[in-house]
Design a protein around this ligand. Structure first.
Ligand SMILES: CC(C)(COP(=O)(O)OP(=O)(O)OC[C@H]1O[C@@H](n2cnc3c(N)ncnc32)[C@H](O)[C@@H]1OP(=O)(O)O)[C@@H](O)C(=O)NCCC(=O)NCCS
Length: 205
């Protein structure tokens, strides 16, 4: 029998009002409207591009991104999720650059609609993906690289139990410049009860 190329993919995850699933073709219009409405909110944390925001976030751009992510997912490099809150598309969480062998690591990326932020929904979505990564995907380490200016993102990973491991100098080309990033990581053994349990503890649910 062929070995499973990418354990943990495809998958649907959910708890309470948050649901995660693979990106769907029919979400192109909703994604494009959401990303366009959130330009000021997202731009400081996005990779530098010579293309205008509207072009990068058209329904056609979604279809190109979705195909590229699906190829990476099939190759075992990525696990990309759309996030829904109360049924409405509200963001994305992706485990990307998955490396297996002795490292068994992946990098986390995430964003949510400004309208949804500040309610703990992003950290719930990330918690569900962390638990999936350490169980079904069989990873040992998740890394999140965060600009020192991004307070909400640092608070999110710290609440979930990530450790700040260091400063990566001029690490990523973001919003027009090489930007310093703080390297945060969570190891499978850091949260014996899992990330969802940690989120629930914090949320009192
Ligand atoms: C980073 C980002 C996802 C964080 O979203 P968020 O909604 O602030 O994160 P959380 O889901 O953890 O919500 C936390 C806030 O909700 C509040 N909250 C309310 N109910 C909560 C609950 N049940 N559980 C946790 N937090 C709750 C918290 O007090 C917290 O507010 P505070 O940070 O001011 O103390 C969001 O700011 C974003 O999408 N930014 C743009 C893109 C981006 O920066 N991506 C990451 C690049 S590294």
């Amino acid at each position: 029998m062929e070995p499973v190329p990418h354990p943990g993919w495809p998958a649907r995850l959910g708890w309470g009002p948050v649901e995660l699933h693979p990106l769907r073709r029919r979400d192109a219009g909703e994604w494009s409207r959401l990303r366009s409405a959130n330009e000021d909110w997202l731009r400081p944390w996005e990779p530098t591009s010579t293309q205008p925001w509207a072009v990068r976030h058209s329904p056609a751009a979604y279809r190109v991104m979705r195909r590229a992510l699906a190829r990476r997912a099939r190759a075992g490099i990525s696990v990309p999720f759309a996030v829904r809150v109360e049924g409405r598309l509200a963001g994305q969480v992706t485990v990307d650059n998955v490396v297996r062998g002795a490292l068994r690591s992946g990098w986390l990326g995430y964003w949510v609609d400004r309208e949804v932020a500040g309610r703990g929904m992003a950290s719930l979505a990330v918690a569900l993906v962390c638990d999936h990564a350490f169980t079904e995907m069989g990873l040992h380490r998740l890394q999140a690289d965060i600009r020192p200016e991004n307070g909400p993102s640092q608070r999110l990973v710290e609440r979930l139990g990530f450790t700040r491991e260091g400063l990566l100098r001029r690490y990523l080309d973001i919003d027009g410049e090489w930007r310093d990033h703080l390297a945060y990581a969570l190891l499978a053994e850091d949260l014996p009860g899992g990330a969802l349990a940690r989120w629930r503890e914090h949320a009192g649910r």
